[in-house]
Write a protein that binds this ligand. Structure first.
Ligand code: SF4
Length: 212
C-alpha cells in the first residue's frame, strides 16, 4: 500500500473513531491485520462463549482460528443437520461475544448491514453481551447514502457470488437489481445509528483492504 494511502487511512480512521464513540460504540484504529487481531483478542475474555456471523474479514485477520483455539465457541458449521444448524444459530443469539464485520460504514459512524437469514443483524441488534466488528477501511463511505450503495451494489453481489446456484439477478449481472427473489440474500437492511448500551458494539477499523 502506498504511504499516502496509509496516511489517509490513519487520518480517516482517527476521525471515524471519534464519530463512533459519539454514537456509544467502542472504536479502535489498527494499522495492520496483526494489530487488529491483538486488539480483538484483548477485548474478548478467555472464558467468553463466542459465536460469529458470516464474515471474510474476521477470517482474514486470523481471529476465527484464534478464538476457536482459545474460547468456548458456537460453530454452526459443525452441525450435522439443517435443524441442528438452525438451533446453533438460535443459541448464538445469547453468546457472550459475537464477531462480525459491517458491509459498509459512513464516515460519520453509521453502520450498514444487509442480511438474508437475519441471524447476523439480529445478534448485532440484541442478545450477545458484546459485538466485535472488524472493518477494513475499504468499507468506509463518505455518506450514509454511499454506505448503503456500497452494501447493495458491492458487498451483496459479491456475497451472492459466494453461494453457487443462487437464482438472484446479481448472481448473473454482478450488481443489485432490487430483487424479490426467494433466494435473495437481502431480506434485512439495517442501519445502526447508536449503541444504546455504551460500548456493547465495538468497531475495530483496520488500515488495510480486507473483506469486501
Ligand atoms: S439482486 Fe437481490 S439478492 Fe442480489 S444484491 Fe440485489 S436485492 Fe440482494
Amino acid at each position: 500500500m502506498e504511504q499516502a494511502e496509509v496516511l489517509r487511512n490513519q487520518l480517516l480512521g482517527e476521525t471515524l473513531v471519534k464519530n463512533l464513540q459519539k454514537r456509544g460504540m467502542g472504536a479502535y484504529y489498527c494499522a495492520t491485520k496483526e494489530e487488529a487481531l491483538a486488539k480483538a483478542l484483548e477485548l474478548i475474555p478467555e472464558e467468553d462463549v463466542v459465536a460469529w456471523g458470516g464474515s471474510v474479514s474476521i477470517k482474514e485477520i486470523g481471529l476465527l482460528d484464534a478464538v476457536k483455539k482459545r474460547n468456548p465457541v458456537i460453530d454452526r458449521e459443525l452441525a450435522d443437520t439443517p435443524e441442528e444448524k438452525a438451533e446453533l444459530m438460535r443459541n448464538a443469539l445469547l453468546c457472550d461475544t459475537y464477531l462480525m464485520s459491517s458491509n459498509a460504514i459512513s464516515k460519520d459512524g453509521e453502520l450498514v448491514n444487509i442480511d438474508g437469514n437475519g441471524n447476523r443483524v439480529a445478534a448485532m441488534i440484541f442478545g450477545p453481551k458484546q459485538v466485535i466488528m472488524v472493518v477494513g477501511m475499504n468499507k468506509v463511505a463518505g455518506t450514509l447514502e454511499g454506505a448503503i450503495d456500497r452494501a447493495r451494489h458491492v458487498a451483496a453481489p459479491i456475497n451472492a457470488a459466494r453461494f453457487a446456484g443462487l437464482g438472484t439477478p446479481c448472481a448473473k449481472l454482478g450488481t443489485c437489481a432490487d430483487c424479490l427473489s426467494p433466494d435473495s440474500i437481502c431480506c434485512q437492511m439495517v442501519i445502526t445509528r447508536l449503541s444504546r448500551v455504551k460500548g456493547r458494539i465495538k468497531v475495530i477499523l483496520v488500515g488495510e483492504n480486507i473483506g469486501f
